[in-house]
Design a protein around this ligand. Sequence first.
Ligand SMILES: Nc1ncnc2c1ncn2[C@@H]1O[C@H](COP(=O)(O)OP(=O)(O)OP(=O)(O)O)[C@@H](O)[C@H]1O
Length: 230
Amino acid sequence: MSETVVAINNANIYQGENLVLENVNFTISRGEFVYLIGKTGSGKSSLLKTLYGELPLKEGTGNVVGFDLKGMNWKKVPFLRRNLGVVFQDFQLLTDRNIYENLKFVLQATGWTDKRLMEEKINDVLDKVGLKSKGFKMPFEISGGEQQRVDIARALLNSPKLILADEPTGNLDPETSDEIMQLLFRIVKDYGTSIIMATHDFMVIKNYPSRTLTTERGKVLDSATTAIEA
Ligand SMILES: Nc1ncnc2c1ncn2[C@@H]1O[C@H](COP(=O)(O)OP(=O)(O)OP(=O)(O)O)[C@@H](O)[C@H]1O
């Protein structure tokens, strides 16, 4: 039996008083890559926000990397986040320091203190994303694709079992998107990380087919259990 990293059962997802998604049910196993697609405003971000504790789960049950979402105390949310990697399209690096120092800043903010361990970890994640020799570069000295790689490196810092990626190829040209997709699929294969990636990029889905969750008319359809067109 493979390890379950996300289990959502009979969940209703709200934005304030508004019900956005109803009766959501899905599980994701270790090492699965799952797309999250759907029209603008159909609830993708709301679902991702629920998974990383930004929106409370009011109805139904949810477990993400061992954390119970239902009734989660806000004090626990940082611990959940430390066990997740989050990648956004509009991620901004701190412009006053190089890439290495940007990553060190994140480690320190999540409780790391040992200098040698931090150095090892930063070199490790930069190596994983193919930027080992670029740690000394300032943010303005690297390309959009490299910035996205740094964001993925940042997401890997705390060795998460699950990465949530919201449109990670949204601002990239097709060739650079392709490189980012290869990197994400390699992370899944090599480290058994699970990834949920929200996207509008159908070229990417065509070139890298995988299980797909679709938000549509207040429901989440799952290609693993429903016959839907991706
Ligand atoms: N902070 C908020 N407060 C109130 N309503 C919100 C908020 N954010 C989103 N909504 C509403 O919730 C619904 C779902 O929005 P959501 O952002 O989850 O959609 P989405 O599928 O991620 O869209 P996009 O593809 O544009 O990112 C929409 O009706 C939206 O207007």
